[in-house]
Each structure stands twice: as structure tokens, then as C-alpha cells.
Design a binder for this molecule. Sequence first.
Ligand SMILES: Cc1ncc(COP(=O)(O)O)c(C=O)c1O
Length: 327
Amino acid sequence: MIYENALELIGNTPVVKINHLVQTENSELYVKLEGFNPGGSSKDRVAKRIIEYAEKTGKLEANGTIVESSSGNLAIGLAMVAKMKGYKMICVVDPKISKVNLNLIKAFGAQVHMVDQSDEHGNYLKTRLATAQLLESSIEGAYWPNQYNNPENPKAYMHSLAREIYSDFQDTLDWIVCPVGTAGLITGVAAEMKKLNPSVKILAVDAVGSVIFGGKPGARRLLGIGNAIVPGNLDKSLYDRLSYVNDADAFFMTRELVLQEGLLVGGSSGATVCAALRLLEDLPKGQKVLAILPDRGDRYYSTIFSDEWMNQNEIRLPQSIYKSVSI
Ligand SMILES: Cc1ncc(COP(=O)(O)O)c(C=O)c1O
């Protein structure tokens, strides 16, 4: 297939069946691989939608500057879309960002603004948001999309991801499993899918140590999933169940996905599959479940796939997540 430019590669990501990890009779688990987007994650959809909406509404003018706080994936998506459309991009990041993501953001031509003040749990989000706001107000022609409270974030998923899912599965899915970070993905997918297939149920997946659903704040190594604030895009009426996954279980499953299924995906994908498998153990036989996996694994070579990094961070992988998963 021939495309006119990289922006046309966003969306229409593949779905693959999980063949070895599912231990539940007659049940089927599928995964949608958002890492096949050109910037490597589902955030490419958000980046394109947010920038095009800002252009349409006059919030972003020619030669303008986009400022955003992101731990990686949205920054990479925005940097890519900004470059292709001729805007400057400043990414507000923190010391937890991986070297790979930092270099990727720079490779797409964006400027990096590193914050250094964390809260008592080691989270930098509040400082990052305050910095993005400050940069927007001090730079002429700057626009801060603020993915946490921007309705175009969930809309990006409503108008693309959810419709792709419906076109692949029609009314046959029993559950969709969604990781939650800024809540754009879950809110968009759930709102649209419940309209298209009212019997589908949604499992929200959060990280242990995240406060999104009222959990106790704590240190987390998982990126993209979990949050130190409750995002404005969260709509609690749209999910049917909630599952927490800790770093060790998520990273174990991330590695198992490569070994057993040949799927090189990121840590929040491991967390999502972990929650999906626990869900299947709990459901009657013969369920059809789809898990949405947000990004590719290659950006985690020096972290989740490194034994040295695991040891340095004192993360002990479990032997199995079946029955032994800690909640
Ligand atoms: C690595 C990762 N995890 C989780 C998510 C969850 O998405 P959201 O921020 O929309 O809740 C994303 C979104 O793209 C992601 O890139």
C-alpha cells in the first residue's frame, strides 16, 4: 500500500490473537497493537487530532509553538506531527523519562524542557503541568494542548480506534480491557463502543500507586499507565470493572508476551494483558476479550528488558501471574 505521508500511517493498527498465554477454556483474547502507529504508540492518534483541532479553531497559528507535558509517547507523537506541519515543539519532561524516549523526541526535532522538582512520592506531574502552563503564557504564539483536560484526547479514540474495533469485531466482543493514564483512551473507546455495542463491558486497568480511581499514592516504575492526579477526561460511569497491576507483574507479562507470543510491547501493555488474563480466569467459559496495547517494546530495552535495571530498582519478577497476581 502506498501512502502520501507519515500522518496517513496513523490508525488502522493490527489485531492479533493470543495463543499461548490464555489458559481459560474456549475463551479468546485478542490484542490491538497500537505500537504499529508511526510514532510507536496510540498517542499519535491524539497528537494528530489535537493539532488539527487547534488549527481549525485558531488556537494554533502558522509558525506557532506547541508546549506539552508528557512522559514520552504523546511528546513523540506531537513532535512528529508538529515537525510535519511546520510548528515548533517544546516537550516538558522529567528525570524518569527513558534515554530512548528523550533521544526520540530530539530526533523528531523537538526541544526538551526538563523539570527537577518531584512530590513526596517521586512524581513530577504537578511540576510538569505548572511548567507547561508557564511556558504557554510566556512564549508568544504558544499553545498548550493539556492532554489531561482536553476533550479532543478521548475524541481521537472515539473517531478512530473504537470504530476500527467495531469494524473488526462488530457485536461479538464481551469485554474490552483499557489501560488508564490520562483516561483519553478508555473514555473515548468506552463511550463509542457502548453506543455501537451496548452489551460490551469495559475493564479499566490502573497501576498500583496511582490515585486515578482513589488508590493510595506510591512509587511506580510503569510509564503511561497510572497517574498522580485524577485526569479531567476520566468518566467513571463508562467502565464496569477496575483492576490494579503492580510493576513486577506488569513487567513479567511484558517479557512473557515476547517469549510466548512474539509480541514486543511496552510495560503498560504487559499490565493490560495481565489484567485481561485475570479477568478471563474470573469469567464464565467462552468469552471474547480484546486488550488495547498502547506502545512498542523497543523503547524499553534498557529498562523492562534489562536484568541490570530490574536489579537496580529491586524489582523481583514473579514465577507466574496466574493465581499469584498481587492486587
Ligand atoms: C504507554 C502508555 N500506556 C498507557 C496509555 C493510556 O492511555 P491514556 O493516557 O489515554 O489513558 C498510553 C496512551 O497512549 C500509553 O502510551
